[in-house]
Design a protein around this ligand. Structure first.
Ligand SMILES: Cc1cc2nc3c(=O)[nH]c(=O)nc-3n(C[C@H](O)[C@H](O)[C@H](O)COP(=O)(O)OP(=O)(O)OC[C@H]3O[C@@H](n4cnc5c(N)ncnc54)[C@H](O)[C@@H]3O)c2cc1C
Length: 294
């Protein structure tokens, strides 16, 4: 019954090889992959999955998720088609959850609006950035937020930033809350000043972070302690398991080389955690999220 109903969703692809959706470009197949620009279709699809107790996971740009080599026994829902940016007033902008952070930053620059420059080149969607409360250089996406719209149990609900309990790389959105859009407020600034700030940040990123297939920082930093420094001091830069290697440039980054599997990355994460615990008695906590069984 459920499968027949699912056939009505034209963009749904069954038994989908999902590795290409994630920054590490590893992992296996999922039951289905669905994307839509229609809120009604999104609501109907989720309702059908929930009624039939079928698992699902919302994905943004897949830049913070490690998908199991055995895949995920559920449906991936991408919101990348919710990609509108609407000016609400001189300083306030409403942004669809699927808009890439860099696209929003370009839009803001063209409209001489400042506020998110520090987040340039984080390869996130607005939905994913809010869920993770993405941040860099003392700025977090939640700093400029005025309200969030979510879809929950078939209803669209407006939330105040205060309701979302934003902390360091953390929010309290639950599994059944789908971020569909967000409003942000910015300040007017000269275009040249905005661009110059962005360029400084881009240069800093290039100088300190590796290229390649990564998910950014693997572990959350600790209060006043940079995890990269601990991993470096433990002699783990360049340490390799299968096709997964600890970056020589930034020790909190793992790079997936050719032939790398998600399990290689997972084993390397466990190895780093073990070594850091042995040396410092510190339990590192992953910033990246696992999807599927490990
Ligand atoms: C090269 C590189 C550099 C990075 N640098 C930084 C950095 O400086 N700072 C930083 O904070 N992070 C950084 N990251 C990590 C990553 O980009 C962020 O965590 C980002 O917020 C993830 O966004 P995403 O759209 O890719 O989300 P995904 O990885 O697709 O999803 C992350 C989580 O958000 C949930 N989610 C996504 N969209 C929605 C939605 N619409 N509604 C509800 N839940 C949703 C997913 O279910 C999942 O739980 C970096 C990653 C890379 C690859």
């Amino acid at each position: 019954m459920a499968l027949n109903d699912l056939l009505a969703f034209e963009s749904l692809k069954f038994d989908f090889n999902a590795s290409k959706l994630f920054s590490f470009k590893t992992g296996g197949r999922v039951k289905g992959y669905f994307e839509t620009s229609s809120l009604k279709e999104l609501r109907d699809f989720i309702e059908l999955l929930e009624e039939n107790c079928l698992k699902y996971k919302i994905i943004g740009n897949g830049s913070n998720i490690l998908l199991s080599d055995n895949g995920f026994d559920g449906y991936l829902i991408s919101l990348k088609r919710l990609s509108s940016i609407t000016q609400i007033s001189d300083l306030e902008v409403k942004v669809g959850a699927g808009v890439l952070l860099n696209s929003l930053i370009s839009y803001l620059t063209n409209h001489s609006l400042s506020g998110l420059e520090e987040l340039v080149n984080i390869p996130a969607t607005i939905g994913g950035a809010l869920y993770m409360n993405a941040g860099a250089f003392n700025r977090e996406i939640s700093n400029n937020l005025t309200c969030v719209e979510i879809l929950k149990k078939g209803k669209i609900i407006k939330l105040d930033p205060f309701d979302c309990a934003f902390f360091y790389r953390k929010s309290n959105f639950s599994k059944d809350e789908v971020i569909i859009s967000a409003n942000f407020i910015f300040k007017k600034e000269q275009k040249e000043t905005i661009l110059s700030k962005q360029n400084d940040i881009i240069k800093l990123r290039i100088a300190t972070q590796p290229k390649g297939r990564t998910c950014g920082s693997v572990f959350k930093n600790l209060k006043n302690i940079h995890v990269a420094k601990l991993i470096d001091e433990a002699g783990l830069k360049g340490y390799k398991i299968g096709g997964a290697i600890v970056s020589n440039k930034h020790a909190n980054f793992i790079i997936a080389e050719d032939g790398c599997t998600s399990y290689d990355i997972f084993e390397l994460i466990l190895h780093i955690k073990k070594k850091i615990f042995e040396k410092y008695k510190i339990n590192l906590v992953e910033e990246i999220e696992y999807l599927g069984e490990f």
